[in-house]
Design a protein around this ligand. Sequence first.
Ligand code: PGA
Length: 262
Amino acid sequence: MEIIIKKDYEQMSKLAAEIIAGQIRNKPNSVIGFATGSTPVGTYRELIRMHREGLDFSNIIAFNLDEYFGIGMDLSKSYAEDQSYTRFMYEELFNYINIKDENIHIPDGLTKNPDELCKSYEEAIKEAGGIDLQILGIGGDGHWAFNEPGSSLDSRTRIERLSEQTLDDNYEAFYKNAGISREEMPHYAITMGIGTILEAKEILMIANGVKKAEIVANALEGPVSNLVTASAIQLYQGKATVILDEEAASRLSSVKNTTSAS
Ligand code: PGA
């Protein structure tokens, strides 16, 4: 695992976008695993800027990590009313790049048959040849995607109940501003499993801000544990790059193999 520490969120986002763009230039039909949340927003803005300068997304295939269960994109609603990750991806990235709609895969939060959906999501990833580059954040409770503490490290795509901390974090980050109460916000999500994520050929994890410092240190340097599912990165066999801003890196005790740059 290579850990790269950048000065701030903007520098973290720029480097993350460069790595994604490099992957797409090397393999125009790359299968990219996308993440949601506040962390990758800057990365996606940078990718949009690169697209305006010619970066071609027309052949990429996208698989999103997760979606809230019980909601789906409803274009008749504003973003404030519709907090689906599907909508997030369109509004933060897909509407501004030339990705083909048929190449976008996001779990359908409105599915009537979640078991079947989870199975076919896994099959679709396999049929696409597997994920070439998986983008990941890390939750305040150490989750990757919505693999909450206690999730098995070989878990597959499934429905997961959100932890109290994730409910608190996402309420503060998204739902509160939308006027949706914590009780009303979705309490379940469809998520790729840790086992699914570990099959990606390459992993790019990003985290910023002092709020993430302790959990980042736990995930990268603490014991591998299903109580911090992002610690599975230590089991990962492929190429893993972790880009942190200085605040998120501030609790790391070892900076071995670390490239520090502005
Ligand atoms: P955040 O979420 O980017 O909104 O902090 C990260 C995550 O839950 O993976």
